[in-house]
Design a protein. Sequence first.
Length: 703
Amino acid sequence: MDRIHSALMQKQFVLFEGACGTGKTLSALSPSLHVGKQLGKTVIIATNVHQQMVQFINEARDIKKIRDVKVAVVKGKTTMCPHEADYEECSVKRENTFELMETEREMHLKRQELRSARESYKKSHDQAFVALRDELSKELDALEEKAKGLRDRSCNDLYEVLRSDSETFRDWLFKEVRTPEEVNDHALQNGMCGYELLKRELKHADLLICNYHHVLNSDIFSTVLGWLEKEPQDIIAIFDEAHNIESAARSHSSISLTEHSIEKARAELEANVDLLADDNIHNLFKVFQDVIVETYNARFKFGERERVRKNWYDMRISDPYDRNDIVRARFLRNAKEDFGDKDDIQVLLSEASEIGAKLDEMYREQYKKGLTGVMKRSHIRYVADFLSAYLELSHNPNYYPILNVRRDMNDEIYGRVELFTCIPKNVTEPLFNSLFSGVLMSATLHPFDMVKKTLGITRDTCEIAYGTSFPEEKRLSIAVSIPPLFAKNRDDPHTVELLEQALMDSIENSKGNVIIFFQSSFEAKRFYSKMEPVVDVPMFLDEVGVSSQEVRQDFFEIGESGGKAVLMSYLWGTLSEGIDYRDGRGRTVVIVGVGYPALNDRMNAVESAYDHVFGYGAGWEFAIQVPTIRKIRQAMGRVVRSPEDYGARILLDGRFLTDSKERFGKFAVFDVFPPAERNEFVDVEPEKVKYSLMNFFMDNEGQ
């Protein structure tokens, strides 16, 4: 904590890896709050895992018991708005509500003037006061009519917030650490909007607990800073589960455009011909849409069209290594005769964007005045801005263009062009450079050099790593000598037999719940079908596209009641991290194989981008190897969650063995684990797994 405090005071970024039980959250929060108090900074702690947000709230409550700290917890607007209105609609209603309040103030003044005119006439019988009274009455009638119209187009929940005593709510809010649900309940009981209530008080908070997107999305972060009445340099940011920042930032910086959006933009242009000098913009959009349709129709192989369903289906339009985008090339070729080269097209797209901006303003005014019941947005502007960015970036090695297709509500196929961000430094680098200081913490943050390179951290850092402090005898980590589960080996009868026996021995000799993580959901389903008929305890399967919450809850209940069940999942699913399998919830975790992500075009493009930026070979390490080992380490960490807890971690693949480098050369992964963790690995032959487990659980059950 002293090192973190010192680093924050020196405006450094702290890279903090700490195993479960090392007290990462408190170790980061306490010094951050102290520095914030000293220097007048606000602390923001963010996560992308719901369970961790609950943990932050509990930690903040513990801190509040010993020191006075004002804490606010923020969730997305749509989850807190009583009417589930989106941001733009809410913004217009907010303007109308403020205008209504101002109109009512004017009405109050007019009534006072009217009373005064009547009183003056009674006293003097001067006809001038009669004329004044009549004029004031007309003005008051007009204001009442205006207020009536505004009332229908404003937000009554916000109206009540603006009329309320903010100090009363502030005292209630900061008396304890309130969850967004508690704020919403309090607001609804008083006919108010919890989101608006909370916004007004954020500037008084010492600590803000929120989701990644409140910080990584530049527009949302700018809005949050406005509520806080702070600049980025006034913020100390703490990112939990920081190994996920890269993928979260990637999703925030990737952009896409659907065929339907282009159709809407063309219809919008046809409806507003008076704003256009000619049909050029409409025709340009049509050229791009035609290229999209022609491309996916031409690229469908035999039977492929029938496989397209409701989920987006990727189609290659650019080699992930050479970046020769055929959609861009066809578009520029087809557009050249009528619209000129790329620079000429960019000028036209800039004009289109300006027209869209004017329409956005017009739509806003129409909604504000009640002329339309729906808040519209300009599709012209969106299409123009996307196409402009696409033409500039699709050949940039940091981006990768992809054509997706899926079926719509009418079962018709339509397309989408996506500009996928490979290295999201354009989001993280400017953010981290603008903050006062920050902490990136995770149980699996190593290697630190890679974190700094991929996120663009160029400022001074303080690097801290703590292994687990739990008793070593409470955990067992074994690497089982099963032939590497490469795709080509997975159906080998001898390998399958060894694997099935090792899994059966792991289940039969574990004293409590067993979680098994396979390399893919397909493998999990395959082994579930094989083993469910022969295993004599309840078995659960975590499937893609099916909510895991009910499965997880049933599995937990069996373990917590002293029983045993088996949960089969996959490494890149939602159950391998961020879930607490404490005590009876999980006694044994089994990792089957080295679960590399599917090496599709997206992953190949990311790998290629890293090679391009950091040198050949960096792509495999940065994009594939290290993220996979982090996932495995996260999965291993699902058991043994406290000093009293105990559990076994079983790695079923020869690539985890301590001598795997000699056996399997470049395919070995043992050396990729941090030294403290790999030092605990014990090599075991498949037939000895049951004895290792029997001895371990016998030693710990008796304590």
